[in-house]
Design a protein around this ligand. Sequence first.
Ligand code: PLP
Length: 345
Amino acid sequence: MVNHRGPEFASVMTDVLQQLKPFFGTTREPLLLTGSGTGAQEAAIVNVLSPGDEVLAVTSGVFAERFAAIAEAFGAVVHRLQGEWGFPISPAAVRQSLKENPDTKAVLVTHNETSTGVTNDLAAIAEVVRDTRRSHHPLLIVDGVSSIGALPFEYDAWDIDVAITGSQKAWMSPPGMAMVVLSEHAWEAHREARMPRYYWDFTKARKNGDKRTTPFTPAVGVIHALQEALRIMTEEGPEQIFARHRRVGRRVREGVYELGLELFADPSAASNTVTAVRVPPDIDASRLIRDLRQRHHVVVGSGQDWLKGSIFRIGHMGWVHDEDVEHLLAGLRTALEDARLEEAV
Ligand SMILES: Cc1ncc(COP(=O)(O)O)c(C=O)c1O
């Protein structure tokens, strides 16, 4: 491995930080953390909040619930704005909740809820949070684990305070690194924040980041993979990548409908990085997933939590092109036919 305190690593890190910025829609310098998306969720919370702080958690799926649970575990007073799973969070409901909870210190939003295949209207939610800032300054903390790098994301323009993502999603790299961007407002909150932290301390991450290293040994190999992924992504260009995800997402949904299947997500908010599909009542979900993997070399995800057995999830973020979608749909068609034939025998 390359020495993470040496000049080769510094040069790779400089390159990675530079190339991340257009995908976050920011001119600010990201922090690199060693850990998965959940680590970044925890880091985002413990670095800007204190025990007893009031938090509004906008939840309608597994990952948003996890975000809320982490805040609770570290002593925040969490108010949940619970939306219906499969539907986007209403910005008007966020406005109302902020009115009802005027001491809210931070709002937790999951941009793309991977468990349900829903993309929330982050621009509209951010506008609501920005509006209320005049009186009581809530921080807007965004989980962009399955959106940033694949879906349009305007950190600066939307005035987001903390945004997180993870190397294994749109960044097409192995798991192990998380990337975070903080606003000035978030850095101010960080200086006052008293939640316990050590490994995730952003002061340490920034101090070391300024010297193009990390506080502790990072996942060096993953950072090298990220550098190459970002080279490919920069060559294609953010706008082209976003357009490809729109096209691929649309084609997956069309193909799903053509097979007589239904989406779990409300079509108005269906995600362009993950599609959740309802399993028809005459089909066994785990068998279908196994068959897709074993006979068609297509790996899809199962439903999580109470959705286990009733949906499956098709990931289409990162290096996914039209031919991959056609391969998936052809496999799915045969797997469904086989399942029905076997059922009939
Ligand atoms: C939106 C979202 N947040 C958080 C996570 C947790 O990330 P990890 O599994 O890398 O800890 C995931 C993982 O799929 C996710 O999709």
